[in-house]
Design a protein around this ligand. Structure first.
Ligand SMILES: Nc1nc2c(ncn2[C@@H]2O[C@H](COP(=O)(O)OP(=O)(O)O)[C@@H](O)[C@H]2O)c(=O)[nH]1
Ligand SMILES: [Mg+2]
Length: 266
């Protein structure tokens, strides 16, 4: 994992918001994406692009943008490691108090970010950009995508109770406060980091903002290219359940030791 940290121009202070974008061969989408990200009214922001061995010029384009605009940072990893892992690496490098995770293929409109940020600044721990909330739309979907997406949502709600408060538990677009984050096992792979962040935020304030899931602007989905998608999702869901159990064990241990430390002396 390599990258060059950039300071916010004119100050040594860390940015308040870090936006993490995983890329794999997204060169054709980047000019429009970066222009739209760059023109948002966000006074203190960094954009971390975590690239996994793109071969279409994505890295070169990001590096060139980063050289001109210090808000953009490139982190590179050789070889495909799934979005879950790439996003975790971006989050580890991010310096903002608030974090947003989104795709880089223009299916997630950058203009939704200020609404996510307002929720976080208002005291919400996790804001999910949802296709099913007011103002949102899942957009046109091939029947196979519809079945896969609805099946994944249904299974997540069945097997992972932390996902039940939200309408779109497999959204790839969300923001959270840094204090919510707990490191994940580096061996975990998958495409649905939100499952894990919902577990981390369990019992805290969670809200949703609607967004229109746009058709992919250019290039092809890497997920439907991967026939292993269903298997990867099931393993990921199993890992999220294990992770939830480990957090419950840790918090009951902490509760026990807090209780024992306030036992009255006899
Ligand atoms: N770094 C990294 N990015 C990936 C990987 N797989 C997909 N992506 C990126 O993750 C985002 C979502 O991927 P996409 O194929 O569009 O998934 P879909 O929208 O569910 O069809 C895009 O920005 C991709 O470039 C990967 O293995 N590593
Ligand atoms: Mg996509």
């Amino acid at each position: 994992m390599r990258g060059d940290p950039a300071e916010i121009p004119g100050s040594g202070a860390p940015p308040r918001l870090s936006v993490v974008l995983a890329t794999l061969n997204e060169r054709a989408n980047l000019p429009d994406l970066f222009d739209r990200l760059g023109s948002l009214a966000l006074p203190s922001v960094e954009f971390l692009i975590v690239d996994d061995g793109s071969t279409d010029g994505t890295r070169e384009y990001v590096a060139e943008r980063a050289a001109r605009d210090a808000r953009f940072r490139l982190l590179v990893h050789d070889g495909q490691q799934t979005t879950l892992r790439a996003q975790c690496q971006g989050i580890d490098e991010a310096r903002g108090e608030y974090l947003v995770v989104m795709d880089a293929d223009l299916q997630h409109p950058p203009e939704t970010i200020p609404g996510i940020l307002r929720g976080l600044e208002g005291g919400t721990s996790l804001v999910v950009a949802s296709r099913y909330s007011p103002g949102g739309s899942p957009g046109p979907r091939a029947p196979v995508r519809f079945v896969l997406s609805r099946g994944a949502e249904w299974l997540a709600k069945l097997l992972l109770p932390s996902t039940r408060p939200v309408s779109d538990p497999v959204s790839g677009f969300f923001g959270f406060r840094r204090a919510v984050w707990r490191p994940l096992n580096p061996r975990f792979r998958g495409y649905k980091l939100l499952l894990f962040v919902l577990v981390m935020a369990d019992g805290q304030r969670v809200s949703e903002v609607g967004f229109r899931f746009e058709p992919r602007a250019s290039g092809a989905s890497k997920l439907t290219q991967s026939g292993a998608f269903v298997r990867i999702f099931l393993v990921e869901l199993f890992h999220a359940r294990q992770f939830a159990a480990s957090l419950r064990r840790a918090s009951s241990r902490a509760g026990l030791s807090a209780t024992s430390s306030i036992q009255p002396r006899s």
